[in-house]
Design a protein around this ligand. Structure first.
Ligand code: GDP
Ligand code: MN
Length: 335
């Protein structure tokens, strides 16, 4: 029986100096049916990074993980692995949402052909990732997390500890891919953000990334977001007063259900306005793929040193759908 978790099988030898470690976890939300993709992602993450660092994993699910799921994950790593159940009130549509209105919105979005337009579970997932994963009891002991999804690819060795880098450089959020959000999923998100800024101007950071996230300055959402299937970030930021107020404002506005607000635009707008822009970090040296979009390091030195297998010529960075140039211009003050 596998119900006795957590189980620590970390085999660090006494004569091997422990690598410098941050208070961090590798975090994955997954369904039992995602197991094959989960195995693929973890195998690559272990091979490219975690066999050396032994960071612990947390897996969360809105239904209990099966014995098979747990067994297959445990075969892949020597690290501590914990499997958690999401409390119902962190997952389901809150009862102050008008289900009739939400249903009509789902049907309308379906008829427009929007990806996941009709899906209620996708909306629950987006809201959970926006405002709840860092509140789960298994996540409480950690400050940093690396979000991993089923079926992603890691193309390069990651010899430096990205958590320690974040901590030492006063970063709160790290990304590899930034792209445009589907406008149909967020029609009223920016007007709610503007209302929040009016209500709580004291929470807006000076030297923020307003010019990345909006265009022209504050008037409209640029639709740029950091692709949240990869995130290395500071949960103390999400747990802090500014983001808490921001999430609560958006949650009460109802757009997670009356529209289809994603955790990517919500995290991205939150971090762009409530942190300094220099607290957001682009992990250029981490080669990464989710579905058809791939980031490959463009520095030939980094590519060779880290034994990358991706093609830098087909990296998403310079494609029309990428917001990376806009991000770089924001960082250098050209935007
Ligand atoms: P996409 O990347 O936006 O296309 O969305 P995914 O289908 O990849 O879902 C994002 C993440 O949430 C993945 O880690 C999924 O395994 C997870 N996920 C999505 N829906 C559910 C759900 O209903 N239950 C659970 N437990 N995980 C989910
Ligand atoms: Mn995905």
């Amino acid at each position: 029986d596998l119900d006795g978790f957590p189980q620590d099988t970390n085999p660090t030898l006494p004569d091997e100096p422990a690598p410098q470690r941050a208070n961090a976890t590798l975090f994955m939300l997954a369904r039992n049916s995602d197991i094959t993709g989960v195995v693929n992602s973890i195998k690559q993450l272990e091979r490219r990074f975690n066999h050396k660092f032994h960071y612990p994993y947390v897996f969360l699910n809105n239904v209990p993980f099966t014995k098979t799921f747990k067994q297959r994950v445990l075969e892949l790593t020597d690290s501590t692995v914990e499997f958690g159940l999401i409390p119902r009130e962190h997952w389901i549509q809150p009862d102050w949402i008008d289900e009739e209105k939400a249903y009509r919105a789902r049907q309308r979005m379906k008829s427009l052909g929007v990806l996941y337009g009709e899906s209620l579970s996708y909306r629950n997932m987006c809201r959970f990732n926006s405002g709840f994963f860092f509140k789960h009891e298994l996540m409480q002991k950690y400050r940093w997390y690396w979000r991993v999804e089923p079926d992603v690819k890691f193309f390069c060795d990651i010899p430096q500890d990205p958590f320690v880098f974040m901590e030492e450089h006063d970063k709160v959020y790290g990304f590899t891919i930034t792209a445009y959000e589907l406008r149909a999923t967020i029609p009223t998100l920016w007007s709610q953000v503007q209302r929040f800024i009016e209500d709580r101007p004291e929470l807006i950071a000076s030297d923020n990334a307003m010019d990345f996230i909006s265009s022209p300055h504050g008037l409209q959402y640029s639709a740029c977001h950091f692709w949240s299937n990869f995130e290395i970030a500071d949960m103390d930021f999400w747990r802090g007063p500014a983001y808490t107020a921001f999430f609560e404002h958006l949650d009460l506005a109802g757009g997670f259900y009356y529209e289809r607000w994603g955790d990517a635009p919500v995290h991205s707008i939150g971090v762009s306005l409530l942190a300094r822009k220099d607290q957001v970090h682009f992990f250029d040296e981490i080669g990464y793929q989710h579905e058809n979009w791939m980031h490959c390091p463009t520095s030939s030195q980094a590519w060779a040193d880290n034994k990358c297998t991706c093609n830098p010529l087909t990296t998403f960075d310079k494609a029309a759908g990428s917001c990376l140039t806009r991000w770089e211009n924001t960082m250098t003050g050209q935007q």
